[in-house]
Design a binder for this molecule. Structure first.
Ligand code: BQZ
Ligand code: CA
Length: 667
């Protein structure tokens, strides 16, 4: 039972939400929002802007290194026009240097070569190291009339030709890598031409997915342009934000890249920066200097970081950042206990307890729920032609039948799944497409497949998927093998597994068997993005059609990952056209209409089998200054980007002891 005090905290005013299990045929049930986030919206230039200030200063710990000549003076380490963070958008104002920011994460650094698709453990460590051409996270606070596109970052400005077929981008001038090497257009060219457009490299932006495969032309050291075959719009620039548009150090990576190093292999390239060789060269605010496997990553400030506050102090304020290598559930537990500084609450199983504790005045954190942005789905591989054997091919041929996907969706009792996840008002049905927290979500365009076992079984009978050998499991048409679907699920998130267990028992009731295959999360991610799976159960953030598009949409020839052979179903062609149209318009009304079409096509075709979706709450330790209380766990990007960690700080008296004081990465 939710205590009254908690009820207020959740913004609950009516009885717990109950979803009619026999809701009207295809309409979504009423949704109860738990979002209590309050925040004023500001202009896009009010958060930060590029510009040069009269003078600059640095963290005192660097003074001795400059005095000894080990480091150039701060003026020589900053670009001509650094990014200047505006004091007006800092809820606690200009910060003080020093101390440690303590993250806890459930992932593990796979390797430092993010250009080849390696991650560094998620949970904010990727974003602490990587800087991207443009930035999306802070847009949560930008007022609607200023939502004209992504915020600038390494790309300082950009412009279109009059037919919108050429996008000219001006890079920041004078940014340096953490080893002092110049960041310039060659890093961007190497990223786009030798990684994204090289189909042998699993970069985070899929080949030919950027505007249908734009060509890149270098103009000078800091200027280049993309040339498109058809007119585009500002929206497409969003693809150049994290995780897709983040250049790597070409001066380091070329030595391992097959196009530049004799005898180099693609596998060797992917493994070129192993997680036990430190420090990697980065553009981010902090540099990994220690990695104790399964225990801890320690990062130290990057003395070349290209951002300052309005008093000219080079950012970040924190000298050190920790990533304790634990579990996602422990991240919330440690935030609530005060031993960790940050958590996205995302396992509804611990929501009530965490909320109860965080309501206490003495609690080290406060919790504010946002909209429902965490959605789980069962994704079936529709690439039958790509199946490695006849059995798998027969299964995927069945997955390509709409009635089969509809049968699975009608077999799900999403109320029961939601309650199995967490008692209380958190869960709401998810039928694929955009989560309800997306600005592009439209309930009326979402075709609901309500719980209906009889209907599910009738659909299977209609497909001649019946139990021909009487062992309780339906067989493939024509008396084929039993329908046994092996579903991969990552091992580090309770919510994924709990739902799959509930789904497996519900599908068993209509005669479809699920074989749960638990794999480590990195393997699950790699198999998914490589299209190497039969079915996957996992969480997806389908909020913007321009973010990690290949995970959910036919955004390019080898997209989506769950139909990457290009053998598209008719509705997918229609979806691809809508998606291209969405990216090539800046007209908000037109975009909303296209998003509604995408939502209708995705849900009426049961593109993926949605399970449930829940809101999330951001927990930040109260000692951390400048963490805006309205920051959502996810909107344009995860909170690790949206909370803008480079401007967070802690007063000297409350700073945690640095483990490696007065040090920086040494190359
Ligand atoms: C947030 C996020 C920051 C990836 C990851 C992880 C990977 C997926 C997803 C989330 C983690 C946290 O999510 O769960 O709260 O901190 O890192 O990157 O689930 O396995 O592949 O898409 O973002
Ligand atoms: Ca059978």
């Amino acid at each position: 039972m939710i205590h009254n005090r908690m009820r207020m905290a959740l913004g609950l005013t009516t009885a717990l939400m109950s979803v009619g299990t026999l809701a009207a045929a295809e309409e979504m049930p009423p949704e109860q929002s738990l979002s209590g986030l309050e925040y004023e919206l500001i202009g896009r230039g009010d958060i930060y802007a590029h510009g040069s200030l009269g003078s600059y200063s640095q963290a005192p710990m660097l003074d001795a290194m400059v005095a000894s000549g080990a480091l150039p003076p701060v003026e020589d380490r900053l670009p001509a026009e650094p990014i200047v963070f505006k004091t007006g958008a800092m809820v606690d104002g200009i910060g003080e240097y020093g101390g440690v920011f303590r993250h806890v994460i459930g992932g593990r650094p796979e390797g430092w070569n993010w250009m080849a698709g390696q991650h560094q453990g998620w949970g904010g460590i990727n974003m602490a190291m990587q800087e991207c051409l443009v930035r999306q996270g802070p847009r949560w606070q930008v007022k609607a009339e200023d939502q004209t596109g992504p915020l600038p970052n390494l790309a300082q400005s950009w412009s279109w030709n009059d037919t919108n077929t050429e996008l000219t981008i001006n890079l920041m001038q004078g940014v340096k890598w953490s080893d002092g090497d110049a960041f310039d257009v060659e890093d961007v060219r190497f990223w786009y031409e030798d990684n994204v457009q090289n189909e042998n490299i699993a970069s985070r932006m899929a080949k030919d997915s950027f505007g249908g495969g734009a060509a890149m032309e270098v103009i000078d050291d800091y200027t280049f342009k993309f040339v498109f075959a058809s007119p585009q719009a500002e929206t497409i620039v969003e693809n150049l934000a994290y995780i897709q548009g983040c250049p790597g150090p070409s001066h380091i990576l070329k030595a391992s890249h097959p196009d530049y190093a004799d005898g180099a292999t693609y596998d060797g390239y992917t493994q070129a920066l192993p997680n036990d060789v430190l420090p990697p060269v980065v553009l981010g605010a902090w540099v990994p200097v220690v990695h104790r496997p399964d225990e801890l990553v320690i990062m130290r400030r990057n003395p070349y970081y290209f951002k300052v506050d309005e008093s000219g102090q080079q950012l970040p304020y924190f000298n050190e950042m920790h990533f304790r290598l634990s579990t996602w559930g422990d991240r919330t537990a440690q935030a609530v206990a005060g031993t960790g500084d940050f958590s996205n609450m995302e396992d509804p199983g611990n929501y009530v307890e965490a909320l109860k504790q965080s309501q206490d005045d003495a609690s080290p954190v406060r919790a504010n729920f946002g909209p429902r942005v965490l959605a789980w789905r069962l994704t079936l591989n529709l690439d039958a032609a790509g199946a490695e054997d006849e059995g798998e091919k027969a299964l995927r041929m069945l997955f390509r039948e709409l009635d089969f996907r509809k049968a699975l969706s009608h077999a799900l009792d999403r109320d029961a799944i939601g309650q199995a996840l967490a008692r209380g008002p958190f869960a709401y049905p998810y039928v694929g497409g955009f989560a309800t927290g997306s600005p592009y979500y439209d309930a009326a365009s979402s075709v609901f497949t309500p719980y209906d076992q009889a209907g599910a079984m009738a659909l299977l009978d209609g497909l001649d998927v019946t139990d021909t050998d009487g062992d309780g499991v339906r067989n493939l048409p024509g008396g084929g093998d039993n329908v046994v679907i092996s579903v991969e699920v990552g091992d580090n998130a309770n919510a994924d597994r709990k739902q799959l267990e509930a789904i497996a028992s519900q599908l068993e009731e209509i005669g479809i068997r699920i074989n749960i295959r638990t794999v480590d999360q990195t393997t699950a991610d790699t198999n998914f993005t490589g299209g190497a799976f039969t079915a996957v159960m996992g969480r997806e953030n389908v909020i913007l059609p321009t973010r990690e598009s290949c995970r959910s949409w036919p955004a390019g020839p080898s997209c989506p990952h769950f139909n990457d052979g290009g053998d598209r179903l008719p509705f997918e062609e229609e979806m691809a056209a809508k998606l291209a149209a969405f990216q090539s318009t800046s007209d908000a009304e037109e975009q909303a209409a296209l998003a509604r079409d995408l939502q209708r096509i995705a849900t009426e075709n049961v593109y993926t089998i949605g399970s449930v979706q829940v809101p999330a709450a951001l927990l930040v330790n109260k000692r951390i200054k400048n963490a805006h209380p309205g920051t959502p766990v996810f909107m344009y990007e995860w909170a690790e980007d949206g909370v803008i960690r480079e401007r967070l700080w802690t007063p000297a008296a409350m700073q945690e002891e640095e483990v490696l004081p007065d040090t920086i990465a040494e190359y």
